[in-house]
Ligand binder design. Structure first.
Ligand code: ZN
Ligand code: ZN
Length: 264
């Protein structure tokens, strides 16, 4: 990132300090190098268009798990993003999997096909907003939508895709969730018959499957979670974490069944 800042020396000095101290959650400042430039005309705050440079080595940003702010909005019936599965902001959301080329700007992502509505555009252009220059910014009015297909993979079988998928899971069916990076096969972890069916179809007789839980409190019901593991689970990367098993699934007999289940 190249920043051109001008003003009294003391203000520029404060800016340099705050740049590190108040960087947004996902910022990773490896190094700051500064040079003095002659004063130039212009005022206000502007983000210039990215200029691709030959030989530029910009790291491709990773996908980031839903942040607390977006989680609140998705759960708030009064919010315009209530229940919207593609909610994101500058603190969270897809990056790696939607980028087609660098530098990372919306026209070079799979979000190029979606034109922001007036409300999203206003957020995108407001330096005080959490979604200022959030490239995949979207809402139910302008962004991608979820739908549910039947077993043939065709057509929309229900107009409440998330609720219907949850009902299917509850019934013991396998649901293929097309996520950011491909298909994610999900099944009830506490349904031995359903898990066995998934294992048969996946030809994964014994390899552990990741268990999805709603939060760390739910994870504690099935596994021991150390403070370090909790921090990693709640981190922006939100990786799959190997935990020490705490309970034995009631109807399981085989050792690998006890320690596993759920998703692939
Ligand atoms: Zn967010
Ligand atoms: Zn929108």
């Amino acid at each position: 990132v190249v920043i051109e800042a001008q003003g009294p020396a003391a203000a520029i000095g404060r800016f340099g300090k705050r740049l590190r101290a108040e960087a947004p959650p996902l910022a990773a400042i490896h190094e700051i190098a500064s040079v003095l430039l002659p004063p130039a005309p212009g005022e206000g705050f502007v983000i210039d268009a990215s200029r691709p440079q030959a030989g530029a080595t910009t790291a491709v940003p990773p996908d980031v798990a839903l942040c607390a702010g977006c989680r609140r909005e998705v759960r708030d019936p009064a919010d315009r993003r209530f229940g919207y599965p593609f909610t994101n902001c500058t603190n969270c959301g897809p990056r790696w999997t939607i980028i087609e080329s660098l530098p990372y700007d919306r026209p070079r992502t799979s979000m190029a096909a979606f034109t922001m509505c007036a409300a999203c555009r206003a957020e995108y252009e407001d330096p005080g907003d959490r979604r200022f220059h959030a490239q995949p910014n979207a809402c139910p009015a302008c962004g991608p939508r979820a739908w549910l297909c039947g077993e043939d993979g065709l057509g929309r079988v229900d107009d409440r895709p998330l609720a219907a998928a949850a009902e299917a899971l509850a019934k013991g069916l396998i649901v293929a969730v097309r996520g950011l990076g491909g298909f994610h096969l999900a099944v009830r972890a506490d349904d031995d018959e359903a898990v066995a069916r998934l294992r048969r179809r996946k030809h994964r007789a014994a390899k552990p499957l990741a268990v999805m839980v709603a939060d760390v409190a739910a994870a504690r019901a099935v596994a021991d979670v150390t403070p370090g593991e909790e921090a990693v689970l709640n981190s922006p990367a939100a990786p799959i974490v190997l935990l020490a098993i705490r309970i034995r699934a009631p109807r399981s007999r085989l050792p690998w069944r006890r320690a596993t289940a759920a998703s692939a």
